[in-house]
Design a protein around this ligand. Structure first.
Ligand SMILES: Nc1ncnc2c1ncn2[C@@H]1O[C@H](COP(=O)(O)OP(=O)(O)OP(=O)(O)O)[C@@H](O)[C@H]1O
Length: 526
């Protein structure tokens, strides 16, 4: 028995090869073991056999798909659990007629054999060997031939495992990029009636697979609610994948949702999974769903109705198992009435509507939340105890909170920073007696990507800003403004300078230079 081809096959298992090359080397090793003119490895795909590697056949053979029912030789091979040999006199048509790389149009009398390759007891495909000289296979030892076929199956099995692992790593990488962080409990702070009712609704719906539509003003905590539903659901071990429908240009929303195949459009340089596929088995959070273009709404509806998606540019259907949670701060019913949102999609998404109350309707929760955020700031800034004085508490409870919890969170971050810089990080108690309500900015969306879209919310802001400029001068006021923005984003990004630079659309070295100029320490802990 010639042992060298076995050694070649085994050594190749340790090589980092692309699949097509691995398969080609495999059949070349078989050709060395069993001298013949044509070797082909064909993979079973439904009712077809598709060549994945060939030697001795024209390259165009690789583009063929052999319909099994039309090729009796392939049918025979697949029906026989052992090696099939065809008599040289056999009149059965040969699938490779006209494809042999020797110029002949038809395969005349020749030796032909084949075997089904089984992996985990299931047919994976077939290996075929053809020799132009009749009787070439007469001297083959059946046990040795079986050993070669077994080596082929083992090599394919390993290759498929490697491929599956690589696909998994790639998927994990992509999932990590668009996953909502769900580590640790997502604490929804509050014990007002409005919040306890919401928590009990979350408990009820979390255990089901129903689509949930979370509504509420900006900053009320809709994303937090989505996380909480996912964490309490049976899908909690699977990814919670997010897509912000407002943050993406219309031209790429579809590809982000459903993926694309290479060449689907000019920028599509490789196949790519969309968020639906990444969320398979888990939850897809469609944030700001009200912003979705009408054309994409139709496609989303189809995906929700059938649990099937198609990558842009592909005819293949991919079945996915995804639970949908959507959120919007728009009045979707009104959007439907005005023709900007499809009624059928609205009904699909809002199987379980979940309104999140504005902060102004949560009574004393504002104080609980303030304590929670100050505790966080204290920790992040390494300060001693941060305490709110009654005057500040009165301000917080009387305010109408147009930016809701997010506004409170940012306002307290800034108040904490200001108090620390005035009273010193090491004072035993740092008290906040006054907060700057409304004179601060409200950030539209997340402070991180949207810091450039700062909204001055009323005229009194403009007046406050002007009075600051008149007192400090334009240069110092601008510096102070920049300092506040950088500090806010530093806290949001927990001191990660690369992330801060990205959010502020600066490069990292420019950010560090600006921080030093403004007297901020780039190495401080946040
Ligand atoms: N009840 C709460 N307890 C603790 N933190 C909260 C609560 N509600 C909101 N937050 C915090 O407030 C910030 C804003 O919340 P979130 O991003 O979930 O709001 P949103 O409603 O999704 O906003 P938008 O509509 O602008 O996207 C987050 O940092 C969130 O963790």
């Amino acid at each position: 028995m010639n042992i060298v081809p076995f050694i070649d096959i085994i050594e190749d298992l340790n090589r980092d090869l692309i699949k097509s090359e691995r398969y080609l080397r495999l059949i070349l090793a078989i050709q060395r073991a069993i001298p013949c003119d044509v070797v082909a490895l064909l993979k079973l795909k439904h009712d077809h056999l598709v060549p994945v590697a060939v030697v001795g056949l024209k390259q165009e053979a690789l583009a063929r798909q052999f319909l099994i029912n039309h090729h009796p030789r392939l049918q025979h091979i697949l029906a026989n659990p052992h090696i099939t040999r065809f008599d040289a006199e056999s009149t059965l048509p040969d699938p490779y007629d006209g494809l042999v790389d020797d110029g002949s149009e038809q395969l005349h009398v020749h030796d032909c054999m084949g075997s089904t390759i089984y992996i985990d007891g299931k047919a994976w495909g077939v290996l075929t060997l053809d020799a132009m000289k009749a009787g070439s296979f007469d001297s083959l030892n059946p046990t040795e031939t079986r050993a070669y076929i077994a080596a082929v199956a083992a090599a394919i099995n390993t290759s498929e495992h490697i491929e599956a692992l690589e696909a998994q790593v790639e998927r994990n990488h992509q999932v990590a990029q668009c996953m909502l962080a769900t580590a640790g409990p997502s604490s929804i702070i509050g014990n007002s009636v409005a919040i306890t009712d919401l928590l009990s609704e979350i408990n009820t719906v979390a255990t089901s697979d129903l689509s949930v539509l979370i509504t509420g003003e900006t900053g009320v905590g809709k994303e937090l609610v989505a996380k909480s539903i996912h964490q309490q659901s049976r899908r909690s071990e699977q990814p919670l994948v997010q897509i912000n429908c407002a943050a993406l240009p219309e031209s790429i929303v579809e590809s982000e949702l459903f993926g694309h195949v290479k060449g689907a459009y000019s920028g599509a340089v490789s196949d790519r999974r969309g968020r639906f596929e990444l969320a398979d088995g888990g939850t897809l959070f469609l944030d700001e769903v009200g912003e979705l273009p009408l054309a994409v709404q139709a496609k989303l509806l189809r995906a929700l109705q059938n649990g099937e998606i198609q990558r842009v540019g592909s005819d293949n259907i991919v079945v996915v198992d995804v639970r949908i949670i959507a959120a919007t701060n728009r009045n979707l019913q009104l959007e439907v009435k005005e023709g900007r949102f499809r009624a059928d999609l609205y009904h699909r998404l809002s199987v379980y509507p979940l309104p999140v109350p504005p902060l102004r309707d949560r009574g004393k929760d504002v104080i609980l939340l303030a304590g929670y955020f100050l505790e966080k700031s204290q920790h992040q800034l390494g300060a001693a105890k941060l305490r709110l004085q009654q005057t500040a508490i009165d301000q917080l409870t009387q305010y109408h909170w147009p930016g809701n919890v997010r506004e409170l969170e940012h306002l307290l971050s800034r108040a904490a920073l200001r108090a620390i810089s005035e009273q010193g990080r090491h004072a035993s108690i740092i008290s906040i007696s006054r907060v700057h309500l409304g004179s601060e900015f409200v950030v539209n969306h997340s402070v991180v990507p949207a810091i450039a879209e700062v909204d001055i919310i009323n005229d009194s802001n403009a007046a406050a800003a002007l009075s600051q400029v008149l007192t400090l001068g334009l240069r110092d006021s601008t510096d102070e403004y920049q300092r506040q923005i950088i500090q806010t984003v530093l806290m949001t990004e927990r001191g990660n300078l690369a992330a801060v630079a990205r959010s502020l659309q600066l490069d990292r070295s420019n950010l560090i230079r600006t921080m030093r100029r403004l007297g901020l320490d780039p190495n401080a802990a946040y």
